[in-house]
Design a protein around this ligand. Structure first.
Ligand SMILES: C[S@@+](CC[C@H](N)C(=O)[O-])C[C@H]1O[C@@H](n2cnc3c(N)ncnc32)[C@H](O)[C@@H]1O
Length: 312
């Protein structure tokens, strides 16, 4: 059985149904996510762009890169790479010797990224890796050279705190002492700012969430009726975790190949969690790892942080 089918069946067989967010990103999902990033409500990308576009020199200085050795830059979940391009352009301009390794589960995203970078950064040395960075964490390193790992865009927010600790520990095994991680996280803030980012007025986040059902229909031969589900995001600032759900609007049974999954009216499938951070949350995740918090840069509105982490 392929991994997608297995993960869908496992997730929908639990008492509290879930679907892994990494499956949002088929061709349509990639297109929708690019649209989400330009929605006025989706402050995350604009905030992190402020750091990468306007604080590039400060960010580079914090990485304390040794110019005498070639550097490996590995990006986890690179997506369209618009923010990263600002950093890479600066490093090329400053004549750093490096190679860039974007990793993404979406081959379509990597194709778009490669074409874009060939146009705007023709001197960039790069090599793509298509796959799940969690399942393939032990394949991320390409040499014993110093490394900077970019884990941007609040990607780590899709993991629970326990999963984040475990992932960072595995990642740490691929690093040498002194290697750095740039961890882009959304900061804990009020509901009136966070919730609209997952429920924009134009309905793009809704289309993004519902597209997961279309993908399951197309790739796994299921018969989800997307009109019988609704997009349903939730967030409480006290807890600091945004969650997106697909809510069944009626009692119904859905076929996924041989399997029949029953839904009660009002029952929800959790499709995404987006953990928001502060220093205390991050420190408690790092406590059981060999990675230390070294520094951080905030955007001009203090909505988002890029933490600089160091392997001990
Ligand atoms: C929220 S987007 C962020 C993109 C980019 N880092 C940014 O900050 O704009 C998430 C990206 O990570 C990829 N992704 C999500 N989960 C992944 C996983 N487990 N392994 C590899 N790529 C993943 C998706 O395909 C998508 O391109």
């Amino acid at each position: 059985m392929n991994q997608f089918r297995q993960d869908v069946i496992d997730g929908l067989s639990q008492p509290n149904k879930t679907l892994p967010s990494k499956y949002f990103y088929d061709k349509k999902g990639d297109e929708l996510f690019i649209q989400i990033m330009s929605m006025p409500e989706y402050y995350l990308t604009k905030a992190e762009m402020d750091i990468f576009a306007n604080q590039t020199a400060a960010l580079t200085a914090l990485l304390q890169i040794d110019k005498s050795q070639p550097l490996e830059i590995i990006e986890l979940g690179a997506g369209d790479g618009t923010k990263t391009a600002k950093l890479l352009a600066y490093l090329l301009e400053q004549q750093y010797d490096f190679k860039y390794y974007p990793v993404d589960i979406s081959s379509n995203a990597l194709e778009i990224l490669t074409k874009h970078y060939q146009n705007i950064l023709p001197d960039l040395k790069m090599e793509c890796m298509c796959g799940d960075y969690i399942a393939q964490v032990n394949e991320l390193s390409h040499s014993n050279n110093p490394k900077v790992v970019l884990f941007l865009g609040s990607n780590i927010g899709n993991l629970t705190d326990e999963q984040a600790t475990s992932f960072l520990n595995e990642l740490s095994k691929q690093l040498n002492a002194g290697d750095r991680i740039v961890l882009g996280v959304d900061l804990i803030k009020s509901r009136d700012i966070v919730l609209p980012a997952y429920n924009d007025a134009q309905g793009i986040t809704k289309a993004f969430n519902m597209n997961l059902l279309d993908r399951i229909n197309q790739e796994l031969g299921a018969d989800f009726d997307s009109n019988a589900f609704d997009h349903c995001p939730e967030y409480e600032a006290q807890e600091g975790i945004a969650r997106s759900y697909l809510k069944s609007l009626q009692d119904q049974a859905v076929k996924i190949g041989e399997l029949t999954v029953k839904f009660a009216a009002g029952e929800k499938i959790q499709t995404e969690c987006s953990r928001k951070y502060n220093d205390t949350v991050l420190q408690s995740i790092l406590d059981d790892t060999t990675i230390v918090l070294e520094n951080k840069i905030l955007d001009n509105r203090q909505l988002f942080a890029d933490y600089i982490l160091k392997k001990q």
